[in-house]
Design a binder for this molecule. Structure first.
Ligand code: NAP
Length: 434
């Protein structure tokens, strides 16, 4: 019997477990570990609450968790309660699927002022991540800015722009819904350091912001090249750029605006003890397509600044780390003997949820190549892990515990909302009678 530990229960972890289960059948036990008693990682804490169809992929993960060879072991912090080296003693292979939960830093003056928050913090706040339950982002000013031109920036800008009514059917947590409902923000400026042809926003997500109830997107056509320059673009990007161009035809007859400010590189955030404005430098593209400052600067007012410029994987003791790439140092998912990485911890923070499926299957193939199905293993697996945790006073949770939490969250839901999430670890544990 082989014993595998998958660390992290987000999409990458679940697809890897699914692939291992298919490859080994009942000749392996696969444990999916998570630091929280609730699974799904990015699906629960990252995917926007008004994108329920994307969140529905967790139903597929439920099937994996319910299969005979797979167990969910929650409430265990790898790197805290147990080390990677200890897991390698207990398991034949350890697959790190810990994602990239940390915000990358801009590295400009004023970044640490109150009112400047990373997208992981802001997204975590409205999605019920316990670390960010108390974030309390300042929503009392009329201007906010989001830095970055990816889908996360768009998520943040959209959430700031929606009406309470537009959150119906979503699972945004109550504290965020109430705060956003009382928000004074009327202008959200999205700052892109490059131009419309360099955005990382996808058409479906961009299309949505053209149909908001009380907010209208605004673009400046002077930022766009002539329309014929769109022709050579990859079809998805061309569609996104066409949507952006279309925003110029929308009437600005709503109470909020979402301003797309291109060729705009933040150089400082200023304010008296808290963010009040961003100093932005105009850019132009150099011969390599990078943003080069022109020296011309201007100010964008913002009492809330959200940086949405990408994420990084936190280092884990004893695991080689690629400082430049913000992920574990790995070769096609192999980190070291019997130690692998998948998902954002392997590739860096790019790609959609679906990208993790081939990624997880590929790494599972490496595991199979390294220890073919049917080969013997003599590790202790979950039994050994649980004994070790018990000796340290750590009480893990299992999949049935998660179902109890889930049912309680569903029973607390307000009308039209699938669940009201608990936002504190203590509340999860209380649900389990602990
Ligand atoms: P992303 O797509 O990599 O976008 C990051 C953005 O930040 C880029 O526009 C980048 O500009 C900009 N940026 C980086 N460093 C900067 C700096 N120092 N100053 C100013 N701007 C800077 O990352 P993401 O938005 O975090 O998304 C991560 C992944 O999740 C992506 O693959 C995304 O598509 C996916 N996602 C998908 C959905 C969805 O499907 N609904 C939702 C959310 C996220 P440059 O291009 O100039 O570097």
């Amino acid at each position: 019997m082989r014993h595998f530990a998958v660390v992290g229960s987000g999409p990458a972890g679940f697809y890897t477990a699914e692939a291992l289960e298919k490859a080994y059948g009942d000749r392996a036990r696969i444990d999916i570990l998570d630091r929280y008693p609730v699974p799904y990682g990015l699906i629960r804490f990252g995917v926007a609450p008004d994108h329920q169809s994307l969140k529905a992929v967790s139903k597929r993960y439920d099937k994996v968790a319910e299969s005979a060879s797979v167990d969910f072991i929650g409430n265990v912090s790898v790197g805290g309660d147990v080390s990677v080296a200890e897991l390698l003693e207990l398991y034949d292979a350890v697959i790190l699927a810990v994602g990239a939960p940390n915000d990358r830093k801009l590295g400009i003056p004023g970044e640490d002022l109150a009112g400047v928050v990373g997208s992981a913090e802001f997204v975590g706040w409205y999605n019920g991540h316990p670390e960010f339950a108390d974030l309390d982002p300042p929503l009392g000013g009329t201007h906010a800015a989001v830095i970055g031109n990816g889908n996360v920036a768009l998520d943040c800008a959209r959430i700031l722009s929606k009406t309470r009514h537009e959150f119906e059917g979503s699972d945004i947590v109550g504290h965020a819904l109430d705060a956003l409902d009382h928000s004074a923000i009327r202008t959200v400026t999205i700052l892109g350091r490059r131009g419309p042809h360099q955005i990382a926003m996808t058409p479906k997500e961009l299309g949505e912001v053209g149909h908001l109830e009380d907010a209208v997107p605004v673009v400046d056509m002077a930022d766009f090249p002539p329309p014929e320059a769109d022709e050579p673009l990859e079809p998805g990007l061309r569609k996104s750029v066409t949507l952006l161009r279309g925003f110029a035809d929308l009437e600005a007859n709503k109470s909020k605006t979402m301003v797309f400010d291109f060729f705009a590189k933040p150089v400082a955030i200023e304010g008296d003890g808290r963010a009040e404005r961003i100093v932005v430098e105009r850019t132009q593209l150099d011969e390599n397509g990078a943003a080069r400052g022109t020296g011309e600067t201007y100010e964008v007012p913002a009492s809330l600044v959200i940086t949405a410029i990408g994420y990084s994987t936190p280092p884990l003791q004893g695991v080689a780390y690629d400082e430049r790439g913000t992920k574990f140092l790995n070769d096609s998912g192999r980190i070291a003997d019997r130690l692998y990485a998948v998902g954002w911890a392997r590739r860096g923070p790019t790609g959609t949820i679906g990208t993790n499926r081939p990624d997880g299957y590929e790494v599972a193939d490496h595991v199979v190549a390294d220890m073919p199905a049917g080969s013997a293993g003599d590790r202790a697996g979950a039994g050994g892990l649980k004994r070790l945790l018990e000796s340290r006073g750590v009480m893990p949770t299992d999949y049935q515990d998660w179902r109890k939490i889930e049912q309680t969250e569903e029973s607390r839901a307000r009308p039209g909302c699938p669940r009201e999430k608990f936002v504190r670890v203590d509340d999860w544990l209380k649900t389990l009678g602990r």
